[in-house]
Design a binder for this molecule. Sequence first.
Ligand code: 3HC
Length: 309
Amino acid sequence: MNLEEHFERTVRKDQRIEPRDWMPDAYRATLVRMIAQHAHSEIIGMQPEGNWITRAPSLRRKAILLAKVQDEAGHGLYLYSAAETLGVDRGELTEKLVSGRQKYSSIFNYPTLTFADVGVIGWLVDGAAICNQVPLCRSSYGPYARAMIRICKEESFHQRQGYELLMTMMKGTEAQRRMVQDATDRWWWPSLMMFGPPDADSSHTERSMAWKIKRHTNDELRQKFVDMTVPQAEALGVTLPDPDLRWNAQRGHYDFGEIDWAEFKRVLSGNGPCNAQRAARRRAAHENGAWVREAAAAHAAKRTERKVA
Ligand code: 3HC
């Protein structure tokens, strides 16, 4: 059996491809693209909620938010480490991010206007991330699948803390209830866009599914998220901003309205509400942190010299 046949058989048998295994260049390139952009999303995703750490309404909320934002940094590190098993360097990936040559999730280009946004991000954005990422725990590439297991466990905490925050606000004043509804109105449709373009416009899904990198299509996971979230919204007492949302007993799913794909394309092309701010902040953090990287490298070199001497 030649290397290609061995690769195909491993994937077909739902076994894992490991870093030292032979893999098609296109398989490697797809994984680098997907894992790098996932890692970038985690790191950029620290910004919207990070804005509220110093303004959290209580010590408890501040501690929870600090833990969550710190988790996102850790997710980024796991994923950059998974990407490095494919022969790329995280410094190069960061350069591609800050120069706009690689993407991060569209969802993080929206502003967090009130503290209710912190709850809605936990509920909807981390809820969508769980829908999108639990199947990746069965991805054919070993390091990615294993990184996702711990990430998904932590995302569950993220989703629950957000929903609990909103439950508390909905039992509060009328003004707090209005804040939750306003945040839900602003984050609902961008959360559906997180799952990517419609399957018919998805350039990568077919191949990623054949290689069992992705285990479901964009539309399948989007539908799963809608079906899971509608009862949660009802329990919370908020209205999802879609007049076409209704249960379809024949399909056994919720029908929902048309997503504004023009907005999605605008955000992907860098013209979302916060794209420039997010990129500038990430670039500044990378530049301001150069001395730390240089000091760590110098320290490592000295230790190696001492060992060799
Ligand atoms: N934001 C930005 N770019 C997106 C996007 C989105 N929401 N959805 C799709 N795209 C891009 C793709 O990257 C691709 O562009 P590229 O060729 O330049 O990479 C193009 O649009 C076509 O989309 P496809 O559907 O063909 O691409 P994929 O097959 O890669 O599917 C995906 C897109 C569903 C996001 C898939 O890449 C994926 O599942 N990635 C892993 C999970 C991930 O990255 N999730 C990000 C969520 S953020 C997060 O989890 C943080 C948490 O703390 C909330």
